[in-house]
Design a protein around this ligand. Structure first.
Ligand SMILES: C[S@@+](CC[C@H](N)C(=O)[O-])C[C@H]1O[C@@H](n2cnc3c(N)ncnc32)[C@H](O)[C@@H]1O
Length: 201
């Protein structure tokens, strides 16, 4: 079993410096999610746990206004350099935690949170979901992709999303982490805030 909650900041430094997959690939859900949001004329997307920015960059090239948030400075520095290289004024990055998103309520039309929930502790996960609920607007869409295992199962992810309606979900395999063989099983979910929520939920 991989216990992702034990991965340290220096582990991510090393991944972003040495594992090209984080730079040369995009999460499989991104083309689909970007297209679906475009139909809804969404504009602002938050990429929680953006790493070195591969998915932010992809969505930025589709024309969205993207903000990536991460705690890892190596990833953020590389992400900033890529954005400059591609001259994308609509993509920016801030250092911050998924548990304290530095934006006002209802600010975003879309949130992507890819392979990040399962590396947070149980308390941080709950806090991160509360923050997603707070900053996503009523029409907004959430795209989650997570490695699922004993620590964070499909049921565990679904339980965390109690205030969301799941619009679709599927599995695929993503061979991203160095040395992870066979590829890790990944659950991808598209969701929106439940329409029957009352304020405070
Ligand atoms: C598996 S990587 C995913 C990177 C990116 N989503 C992607 O698909 O390329 C997980 C990222 O979560 C970040 N992270 C860890 N704890 C975090 C926290 N509390 N808030 C925001 N990001 C965090 C790590 O620094 C790392 O960059």
């Amino acid at each position: 079993m991989h216990d992702f909650t034990k991965l340290t900041d220096s582990f991510w430094d090393n991944e972003y410096k040495n594992n090209r997959a984080w730079h040369d690939t995009v999460a499989p859900a991104m083309p689909w999610f970007g297209t679906a949001l475009k139909y809804k004329a969404a504009s602002r997307i938050l990429d929680i746990g953006c790493g070195c920015g591969r998915n932010s960059l992809y969505l930025g090239k589709m024309g969205f206004s993207v903000t990536g948030v991460d705690v890892n400075s190596t990833g953020l520095q590389q992400a900033g350099e890529l954005v400059k290289l591609h001259n994308l004024a609509n993509v920016s990055f801030v250092r911050g935690s998924a548990a304290h998103i530095p934006f006002r309520n209802d600010f975003f039309d879309g949130i992507v949170c890819l392979f990040t929930l399962n590396i947070l502790s149980g308390e941080q996960r709950k806090q991160a979901i509360l923050e997603m609920q707070r900053v996503l607007n009523k029409e907004g869409k959430l795209c989650l992709a997570e490695y699922v295992n004993e620590d964070l199962s499909e049921e565990g992810v679904t339980a965390l999303l109690e205030h969301f309606t799941i619009l679709g979900s599927w599995y695929n395999e993503v061979p991203l982490l160095a040395g992870s063989s066979p590829p890790l099983k990944t659950l991808c979910i598209i969701a929106e805030l439940r329409k029957d929520r009352t304020s405070g939920d």
